[in-house]
Design a protein around this ligand. Sequence first.
Ligand SMILES: [Cu+2]
Length: 451
Amino acid sequence: MMKITRRQWLAGGSKLMLASMLPRPLWAAQTADSTLHLQAQESTVNWLQKPTTLWSYNQTTLHLKQGVPQKIRVTNNLPQATTVHWHGVRVANAMDGVSGLTQSPIQPGEYFEYEVMSPDAGTFWFHSHHNTVEQLARGLYGALIVSGEKEPVFEQDWLLLMDDWLLNEDGQIDTTFNNLHTQAHAGRMGNILSVNAQLGAWKQQTQPGDRVRLRLVNTATNRILQLRPEFPGALLLAKDGQPLMTPEPVGDLIVMGPGERWDLGWLANQTGQLLEVSGQTPLLVAEVNVSSNAAMALPLYPGTMALPANPMPLPSSEIDQKIDLILEGGAMGRLQTAHYQGKTLSFRELVNHGQVWTIAGQAGMSTEPLFRTRPGQTIELQLDNRTAFAHTIHWHGHHAWADNRWQDSLTLTRGQRKTVRLLTGNTGKWLIHCHMIDHQATGMVTWFEVV
Ligand SMILES: [Cu+2]
């Protein structure tokens, strides 16, 4: 190990002094300017009669260029440690932001410098991945828009971050983040729906004939959004940041589990709206008004709206490895036993450890990965939801081919089975977990390793 002598230290010190007296070299200024500074901090919103305190970032939307590395310095101004996960971005593993797996958490008052390079253009988001059950519920997330050079022009490019908040009678974030009974069911549900951190419907105005791109992100901790799009002629352009090969009609309902994204596109010709219909009465989420001189519907040109493909290969039909991803546990799940921290425990014993959900017979993180593989391998994941609840399974740093498209998250209804093909990419340790954060926190999390 190099020993720093007093003389070296003095020499270094005097150089430093000299440097500070000289005019700042241009490259230093450029370096400083190109780093994005993200602060995790307290903030307030005025949704009710008095302010509500949230945890948030100083920037709610980050813009990156496809394929261009971006340094992002995250400074933690919160009273507890944190990390940032770049959801859906095929980052280098050390940048994935998983506390305890890919990095140590950023302590209060400290910072961590991420370098995020997205090979894909599209709609992503970022959020805390440390004590997520509390930090996401308090609002610690933002949108990450990666733009590509060859994307078609849209006169309107809008983003909707939709969230579900649980506020108490004082209008503050309810702090019962870990209620095992709730967690063994569908998870903590909110009593407030926000769109872009505002209460009430999000409204915009556009001209007839404008090409509209609408990026939908479900940032809720546990709630599945059921959205009814009423935008005539609207098409699905991309899922989880990956363009569909051919845009498809949106249909009557878009079901979005926590963390999932959809990009919609249409040619504005009449006023349209987006409703959330999971509750007893539909909630108006968004309204796009088109000035009334649009006399007739305009023809659609799906081809002109198609987003260029990202550098994802077509899925291989040759499977290198098959992995069973059986989801078990929860209320009414009849789980008998599971592995937890190297032991086989009864369901009752698991509950005593705050664990109620399992993936492939294992509750929580294991010391060994679920599987170990090499880059460029096609892994068939056989998802089998043997529980009485829906789950949104998210794989880190990768997309998997499911329902004829690349996705980083997939919602399975109770009892549903689905086979997806994951193409392994960057080396490292990657999580697979339920993005209903209450399920993740109580066992539904595992990992795989690419070496
Ligand atoms: Cu789940």
